[in-house]
Design a protein around this ligand. Structure first.
Ligand code: ASP
Ligand code: MG
Length: 409
């Protein structure tokens, strides 16, 4: 007998029919003898609707009351799902986060889980119930309702799975797994059977928004096997797990990309200690996050060029800050370009395969795609290229690394 935590997102419980379909699925599993804990999101659109209501009263409502408000979406779903389960003859009981005792810190709207008391849930499971828990919410030490941030039901599910030492945490969503890249860009993208936590974090932070990043971090930390699968189609989904050294890993697991990059260059800055700090200090003081950084060696032994990327939303502000910095540093010029994108190859296989970067550059060169910046980490190589080449770049690399086939690239 296995203990499984299942999470159903907003679209999976978006209508009464869908809630009933989910109930049917759960019933089948329960009849096989598994113990099942279900974590649900609010019905799709509901959280946004609630936020909209608050917005009509006050632009900056009390964070405490905001959490009281937005946590109601999930409370509706747990009750409806339990009713649907009863209807099909399945014993089930619902709990809010506070009732379970999902204890969090008191950071309203972005609370972190500190502790979970699984006793009540365990007792219900042992007496043959399916336990249905409201995602996204908890309580602080004083019993105030808190929420875990948008998409936080994923984290609730993983945390419950960790607390109950579940055999697996299954995240049911509207996609059937994690893909080698975005199928809207490369129709030959393939669903991965497995991916490691590390790779998933790289893919997720680069825009493959399948799972809340915090949930993946949490699952990695507490060693909870995590599976992403579709609530609409049958299938095995993608298992996110630890690296297995006995498996001959593919060189590359996936290709992530980020359209929201913008590039800034200060030309001809003095090649002296402290210059990088003088350029990036004011940027970070303005709370602008810097992604890639490249500084050239000085060609004329006196001045150098300094390039970095920021999120497109911060582009205008960063540009203004840099103008001031460039003047005080007596730099030659500032160049800006917000029509760039970042493409990244991700794979733990890079650790044991040499020459991946040059293979990547060769493939891009063959298509005449100019690489503007490069950065690498142990399991990732990223390049910044012109926006107009995004699709060609992704497809070219997908093919070059044999990602569409089942075999090892
Ligand atoms: N209902 C919340 C949201 O829309 C939490 C979740 O769905 O995971 O962000
Ligand atoms: Mg979600």
């Amino acid at each position: 007998m296995a203990l499984i935590v299942q999470k159903y997102g907003g679209t999976s419980v978006g209508t009464i029919e869908r809630i009933q379909a989910v109930a049917g699925k759960i019933k089948t599993k329960a009849e096989r003898g598994d113990q099942i804990v279900v974590v649900v999101s609010a019905m799709s659109g509901e959280t946004n609707r609630l936020i909209g209501l608050a917005d009509e009263i006050e632009e900056a409502p009390s964070p405490r009351e905001m959490d009281v408000l937005v946590s109601t979406g999930e409370q509706v779903t747990i009750a409806l799902l339990c009713m649907a389960l009863h209807k099909v003859g399945c014993q089930a009981r619902s709990y809010t986060g506070g009732q379970v005792q999902i204890l969090t810190d008191k950071a309203h709207s972005k609370a972190r889980i500190k502790d979970i008391n699984g006793a009540r849930v365990k007792a219900d499971l042992d007496s043959g119930h399916v336990v249905v828990i409201a995602g996204f919410q908890g309580v602080d030490d004083h019993g105030n309702i808190t929420t875990l941030g948008r998409g936080g039901s994923d984290t609730t599910a993983v945390a419950m799975a960790a607390a109950l030492k579940a055999d697996e945490c299954q995240i049911y969503t509207d996609v059937d797994g994690v893909y080698t890249t975005d199928p809207r860009i490369e129709p030959k993208a393939r669903r991965l059977d497995r991916i490691t936590f590390e790779e998933m974090l790289e893919m997720a932070s680069l825009g493959s928004k399948v799972l809340q990043i915090r949930a993946v971090e949490f699952a990695g930390k507490y060693n909870v096997p995590l599976r992403v699968l579709s609530s609409f189609e049958e299938g095995e989904g993608t298992l996110i797990t630890f690296e297995e050294d006995n498996v001959e890993a593919a060189k590359i697991s996936g290709i992530a990309f980020n359209r929201d990059e913008a590039k800034l260059t200060v030309l001809g800055v003095p090649d002296q200690p402290g210059v990088a700090h003088k350029i990036l200090g004011p940027i970070s003081d303005a709370n602008i996050e810097v992604d890639m950084i490249v500084q050239n060696i000085a060609a004329d032994e006196a001045t150098t060029d300094f390039t970095f990327t920021v999120h497109q939303n911060d582009f205008t502000q960063a540009k203004e800050i840099l103008q001031g910095v460039a003047e005080s540093l007596k730099a030659q010029d500032v160049l800006n370009d917000d029509s760039v994108v970042k493409i990244s190859l991700v794979g733990v296989g890079m650790r044991s395969h040499a020459g991946i970067a040059s293979e990547m550059f060769e493939a891009l060169a063959k298509e005449g795609i100019n690489i503007r910046m490069i950065s690498t980490s142990e399991i990732k190589i990223s390049v910044v290229i012109d926006e107009k080449y995004l699709e060609l770049g992704v497809r070219t690399l997908h093919e070059a690394f044999g990602l569409e086939s089942e075999g090892v690239a």
